[in-house]
Structures are given as C-alpha cells and as structure tokens.
Design a protein around this ligand. Structure first.
Ligand code: NAD
Length: 354
C-alpha cells in the first residue's frame, strides 16, 4: 500500500512557499502532488522544484477538477482567511480531506459550514495549529498533565509584530476578519486553552487603533484581553500589529512557572521552567528533539487519513477559538465582560509520535 498521502497546496503565498512546501522534505507520510494558484508561471516553477507534473498545476477556476485527481487525498489551504470556508467546502465536495490554515474562518457561521460540509462528505477537517504539534509545547503539555507545575493559576502572553504595507489583505476587514486578534492574538487564545486543557467561560476585551495610522482604518491595531476559566485559571494577553516583534508566554502554576520566549515562532522556540529546589529558586532550560513543527503537523494529518483516525485539532477547535474571538470583540464594543457557554470536546486524541 502507498504509505504517503498526496496533498494539493492551495495558494502559493508566504506560508505555503517558505514553510509548508519545504516541510515535506522531512515528511514520512505526505507528499505534495498538486498546486492551485492564480499565477501559472509561479506554479510551474514550484512544480519543477518539487517534482509535481505540470498537469497538476491548477488555476482557482479549475479547483473542482481535484475531484478527478485520485492522487490528491488531501488539500492544504494557505489562502487569505475569507477564502478558507469556500475552499474547504468545495474540497470536501470533491472528496478531499482538508488541512486548513488558522484562523479557521472569519465567523462562527463559516466555521460551522466547514464542519458540516466535511462531516457530510465523510472527510477530515484539521486546522493548522502548528504549536500543538511543536516539540517543546508537547513536552510542556505532558509536564502540565503530570502536575509538574502544580495547579495552573496564571497565563500571561504577548504576540506582536509590525505590519508594513497598509494595502495588505491582513488589514482589510472583509478579507482578514479583524486585525491583530484573529491573526496573531489567536496563538495566545489557543495556547491558554491547549496548555490548560480548560475552556474559558468569560472574556473581557478592549481594542485600540492609533488615529490617522493608514494601516488601521478597517481593523484594530492592538487588542488586550482576559480569559477567565472555571477553575480560577486566568489568561491575560496582548497582541499588536504595530509593535516590535515579541512572541512569548509565562504560565504560572502553584509550584513552578514555565516560560516560552520566543514561543509561537516557526523555529528556535525556547522553554524554561523555574521552581524551588533545596530552598532556592532554580530555572532550567527544557530541551526537546528539534523537529520541524510543520512536518509534524503534516505527518499527523496524513497519518490520520491513512489510518482513519480522528485529528488532534479538528474544525471544532477552530470554531471554539472563533467563538472566543467574537466574544472578545463584543466585550470591546460593549465595555462589559461576556459570558461563554462551555463547548463539548474540541480536540481529538494526542498526535502519536512519528
Ligand atoms: P500571503 O498573502 O503570503 O499568501 C496568500 C496567497 O493567496 C497568495 O499566494 C495570493 O496570491 C493568494 N490569493 C488568492 N486569492 C487572493 C485574494 N483574493 N487576495 C489575496 N491573496 C489571494 O499570506 P500568508 O501569510 O501565506 O497567509 C495565508 C494563510 O495562512 C492565512 O490564513 C494566514 O493566517 C495563515 N498563516 C498561518 C501561519 C502559521 O504559522 N500557521 C503563518 C502565516 C500565515
């Protein structure tokens, strides 16, 4: 039996070209077999580089032809956020499993459509939450579950960067769904949830845009938010599109703290733990075998297809982050805390080691 699963890459932008396609080189279970792009010259160049036949370079207009391409078992959607729902639904109808970039979509309604379409077609829907496949994050999750930090109390996180071009799709509300919050603030929301294994039942948010800054005519420049969890665990987060790059979190338990700085990075994350040993505070670096997190994510997706297993970060995981995002915006608008009903299970089994 063919051990690898064929994946079509949809959208040849920065994440597809710089991270996802190179990540196939180390993959044991997935290979790129088709490209979907509006730029045929670019598509052909990349096809040659990755040994993909020219006939498998499709225009967006030909997307539904994927249904007639049995070599393609799954699609990876690396398109602007407003296209995620449509291209997921159409892939499912074409009989393909879907690995869709974060944020899952621009509204809860779109997330539900995507989940329904994949369920109806009997196809998997996985959201590309790469941090949940990253080695240091996985080591930390294990330590937390083994109670190495004691009961979790506080999570403090910043994920910020400077946006340049005011014309970029990320700064158009209809395309991006919002500003810093759904793009990079999302990492803080998701980390607070997957590290704690809890779901928030109340959120408080506020947004800010500097008057006259052409980048923030449509979307917020920054967002500060608090997520309250039923156990008393609390996450305080800040995200900005106009600040020097900063990607970190500190997770404080009753007995120890863990810090990732940088955290959320593509490569070179660093995890430190500090606790009292023999009456003295002692911080130490935690090592994990360096593994490309995009490869780990791809291999998980391909293995789940191959073995008929549930994915670790399904559509329900993306839907829950979108519910929280919308509640934060509502709180920012109304200047009030917003209560959230607890969801059912949002995550599948832990990814097995590959
Ligand atoms: P990008 O702008 O570099 O690429 C987008 C691609 O979509 C381009 O090839 C562009 O030509 C194509 N496209 C098709 N229709 C378009 C339209 N109407 N408007 C604009 N572009 C159009 O973006 P990116 O940084 O690669 O992001 C793509 C997706 O990946 C986004 O959803 C983003 O949130 C996500 N992303 C995820 C990570 C991660 O670490 N998981 C990192 C970066 C981006």
């Amino acid at each position: 039996m063919e051990r690898t699963r064929g994946i079509a890459i949809v959208g040849l932008g920065r994440i597809s070209i710089n991270e996802m396609l190179p990540a196939f080189a180390q993959s044991k279970h997935a290979k790129p077999v088709a490209l979907v792009t509006g730029d045929r010259a670019k598509g052909l160049k990349i096809a040659h580089q990755y040994n993909i036949p020219e006939s498998a370079v499709l225009d967006y207009r030909d997307y539904d032809r994927l249904a007639q391409m049995p070599d393609v078992q799954g699609v990876y959607i690396g398109l602007p956020n407003h296209m995620h729902a449509e291209y997921t639904v159409r892939a499912a109808r074409a009989g393909k499993h879907v690995l869709c970039e974060k944020p899952m979509a621009n509204s809860v309604a779109e997330c539900r459509q995507m989940i329904d379409a994949c369920r109806k077609a009997g196809r998997k829907l996985m959201i590309a939450y790469r941090s949940q496949y990253e080695a240091l994050d996985r080591t930390l999750v294990k330590m937390i579950r083994e109670k190495k930090l004691g009961a979790l109390k506080e999570f403090v996180s910043v994920n910020s960067q400077n946006m340049g071009d005011p014309q970029h799709w990320r700064l158009k509300r209809a395309l991006a769904g919002g500003g810093a919050l759904p793009d990079i603030g999302l990492y803080c929301i998701n980390a607070a949830r997957f590290l704690s294994g809890e779901e928030p039942n109340e959120v408080i948010g506020s947004t800010w845009s500097t008057a006259g800054d052409a980048r923030f005519r449509e979307v917020e420049e920054s967002c500060q938010f608090v997520l309250r969890f039923p156990s008393g665990f609390i996450a305080s987060c800040s995200t900005s599109y106009a600040a020097h790059k900063s990607q970190m979190f500190r997770l404080n338990g009753a007995d120890a703290w863990a810090e990732m700085n940088p955290g959320y990075a593509y490569h070179g994350n660093r995890l430190r733990i500090s606790r009292v040993v023999d009456g003295k505070e002692q911080a130490s670096d935690i090592q994990a075998e360096e593994q490309n997190q995009f490869t780990a994510e791809l291999d998980h997706f391909a293995q789940c297809i191959q073995q008929g297993k549930d994915v670790h970060t399904p559509g329900e995981e993306g839907l829950q982050d979108q519910r929280i995002t919308e509640a934060i915006y509502e709180s920012a608008r109304t200047h009030r805390p917003v209560k959230l009903a607890l969801p059912g299970r949002t995550r599948g089994p832990e990814p097995q080691e590959t």
